[in-house]
Design a binder for this molecule. Sequence first.
Ligand code: ADP
Length: 478
Amino acid sequence: MFGNGLAQLFWGISALVRTLVYIVLSLVMTVSLFISTSGNRFIDHPIWIGIILVCIAVGGLSKSKATISENDVFMEYCKNTVWFNRVFMFFGKELYMNPEKAKDVRIYSQNTVAEKMLDKLITHERDNQSDITKMALYPAIAQIIIGLANAICYLFVAIKALFGAFGVGSIVQYVAVLSRLGEGLQELMYILSDNEVYCTHLQNLFEYLDLPNHMYQGSLTVEKRDDNEYYVEFRDVSFKYPNTDTYVLKHVNLKFKVGEKLAVVGMNGSGKTTFIKLMCRLYDPTEGEILLNGVNIKRYDYNEYMSIFSVVFQDFRLFSFPLGQNVSASASYDREKVIECLKKAGFAERLNSLPNDLDTFLYKDIDAEGVEISGGEAQKLALARALYKNTPFIILDEPTAALDPISEYEVYSKFNEIAGTKTSIYISHRLASCRFCDKIAVFHEGEIIQIGIHEELLADRRGKYYELWNAQAQYYTT
Ligand code: ADP
């Protein structure tokens, strides 16, 4: 929908005013053409006023019809090419131009799949050419009709001069005025039909902007407590993702206080990340409720509520901005504080090696001098970003998955210092890293099946925790 936005509508309105002025002036100047008499009853007959005006109007209307038909074909073409555009963009941009995918494309020869698809696309595009031809045909037909209508007008002026209604010199003037009138009318119809076309696009935009937000928006402010005495409670929470039938969380009940360190463990797909997403209100529970200090979290102002969480998701993203801006998530920031957070996250050494300190761009999308960082370094930066936000809650989803054993050890051993008095929720497969937590919740198939401290959970020899612990421990003991 490029080029059909609001700006185009403003342009259309100014063009409309200009055209209306031209039309009125041309009409005024045409009056003398009709009132001048030649003495010939046929040529002087008032019916000619009607014929000439009809010719001019037909010219204008055919132009407008051509624009609308052209747009209809264009919209139809767009519908047919949605698939084309998506697939083409995927292959062109994602598969061929994305350096992150280059390794897999080469190793697994994905280019052969791409070539087959591109062949199919080209055939599809060829089949669609008839639409393009139609788009050229409509304006051409309109132009022929306009040409014929003009010819009638000019002939009338010439014959009238021939019969002596006015001098030969006036022919040029009247032809010019009639052309101007015709063009003005065509332009008027063109602008009106064009604006109608823009409005169709704008309607799509406004329909999108008006989509209702189904998430309940509360207005309570989150109490900023100096004593950090918050507690969170999941009360019989069940959840299924929108448009799916399976519950990924089932009757989850859990209560924990601020300052506590909660570990969430469980196998892949057991619902750990979903649990975090619900707590941060990225989704609302399907059943049950989540409370902050006894109040349903839906009742808090959404932005206020979000502001008490820092989360490092498993699939976090950094941006091609300077390092300092990435960590602070802001264009202007406290440099000392950023450096302190980077040190806590174990990035100090790498920071010293960067060419422009905190102003070094990450990646090369914006700045050719930008640095590429490894997965582990990125994870440290994501951790530093969470620390910079300095919120009462810090949630880390597999925060050490990409770290080497030494960096992982550093994060664990400094975790108490990193988290300070904050409530921290720590999701990890590595059970050894959860031992220091005050409470461990074991998720299995969407349910919390065990909850307690490490020693208690390990004592239950038939429990999931014992099974998971032993599965991992065997690799370390030998
Ligand atoms: P975990 O973090 O324990 O590995 P998740 O909470 O990510 O597990 O996923 C739990 C289940 O929810 C999985 O079966 C997953 O396929 C499903 N799931 C996760 N995200 C979505 C989503 N956006 N839409 C539908 N299903 C999802």
